[in-house]
Design a protein around this ligand. Structure first.
Ligand code: FA5
Length: 349
């Protein structure tokens, strides 16, 4: 009898030792639930099995084993309850921690974009021409052959078309404009003189790309029409622009040139802002930097939009915006502007 009783006691002591050791390892309320099933589960719980087995013991043992088993049950349930409270509190704290708002922390800086150097240059160009009474207008990038070429005195098969290799949308009819000069026609068709406007925007040419030539780049077109303007007014406007943009001492020179829609035509250069005209790598040792083309609007173009060329006269000019931006920011690679490299763009904040 004494042996059987100690066997029961040994079994209880073994269960107790394992249950307490397991409980110490538990880290979550989920694991605790598993522990509860292992020892107190109705079907297979170890403590439940001992209690169920009491009825099979001889009556003289039943009382002592029963008391010991109930004491173990009460002890383990007490430990389980205490561990449960600890775990639930820790889990609540962790959840709070995740949501905690520390109002004393310094605020996170909101990511702020900034203006692209080409857009900034366009804004500055518009501001300078506004000082001279020019309004800034917009025009279509997808254009008809008529506005991009024909109305500008560049009929089909005109050799000038070769200078501006074209991206066609509908061959022979619709294209991506190769120059902002399409807007000369669009503006003059819509308003009566006096006209005084600039039109900045993208243009497209199917040409070889290098450090100073892109297939997509920006130009700004300028047009002025009234009854009295002359080539020297054109010169005055372009010179004022160059000085506002690059410094009061800039020199501007005009070279005779040819554009089918202006007569006479001239290209204009400014003295090199890097070497002050002495000659360097940037100006290819010429002392001059090419800015754009210009001229007096050809009377045939005026007639085409319904202006009487015996009354009205006008001048027009077109500038490459990337070239201006490259000079003012000291950039020697045009492709950086459309490369979307943030390391480049972040320098212009
Ligand atoms: C023209 O496009 C004429 N429409 C300009 C004009 C307007 C003349 C009004 C008369 C009256 P041109 O093809 O030269 O001209 O281009 C003008 C400027 O655009 C050039 O001086 C240059 O600064 C810029 N440019 C031309 N091709 C490229 C290119 N591939 N990449 C970057 N800039 C360019």
């Amino acid at each position: 009898m004494a042996t059987e009783l100690s066997e029961q006691e040994l079994a209880l002591a073994d269960v107790r030792q394992r249950a307490v050791a397991d409980l110490e390892q538990i880290g979550t309320t989920e694991d605790l639930e598993e522990w509860r099933t292992r020892y107190f589960g109705r079907e297979r719980g170890e403590v439940s099995a001992i209690l169920k087995g009491l009825g099979k013991l001889p009556p003289e043992q039943r009382k002592a084993v029963g008391q010991a088993a109930n004491a173990l049950k009460a002890e383990l349930e007490g430990l389980m309850e205490a561990r449960g409270q600890e775990l639930r509190a820790a889990e609540r704290l962790a959840a709070l921690d995740r949501e905690r708002l520390d109002v004393t922390l310094p605020g996170r800086r909101a990511a702020r974009g900034h203006i692209h150097p080409i857009s900034q240059t366009i804004r500055d160009i518009s501001r300078i021409f506004r000082l001279m009474g020019f309004q800034t207008l917009d025009g279509p990038e997808v254009e008809t052959d008529y506005y991009n070429f024909q109305a500008l005195n560049i009929p089909v098969d005109h050799p000038a078309r070769d200078m501006q290799d074209t991206f066609w949308v509908v061959p022979g009819q619709i294209l991506l404009r190769t120059q902002t000069s399409n807007n000369q026609i669009r503006i003059m068709e819509q308003v009566r003189p006096p006209v005084r406007a600039i039109v900045p925007g993208k243009v497209y040419r199917h040409e070889a790309i290098d450090a100073s030539h892109e297939a997509m780049f920006h130009q700004v077109e300028g047009i002025l029409v009234d009854e009295t303007c002359t080539m020297s007014d054109l010169r005055g406007v372009v010179t004022r622009f160059a000085r506002e943009m690059f410094g009061a001492n800039r020199k501007v020179r005009f070279r005779p040139s040819y554009f089918p829609f202006t007569e006479p035509s001239a290209e204009f250069d400014i003295d090199c802002i890097v070497c002050d005209g002495k000659g360097c790598r940037v100006c290819k040792y010429s002392g001059w930097l090419e800015m754009g083309g210009s001229g007096m609007v050809d009377p045939r173009v005026l007639r085409g939009v319904g202006y009487d060329p015996t009354i009205y006269r006008g001048f027009a000019f077109g500038l490459g915006i990337e070239r201006i931006a490259m000079l003012r920011y000291g950039i020697d690679e045009i492709r950086l502007f459309s490369g979307n490299d943030l390391r480049f763009l972040r320098q212009f904040t």
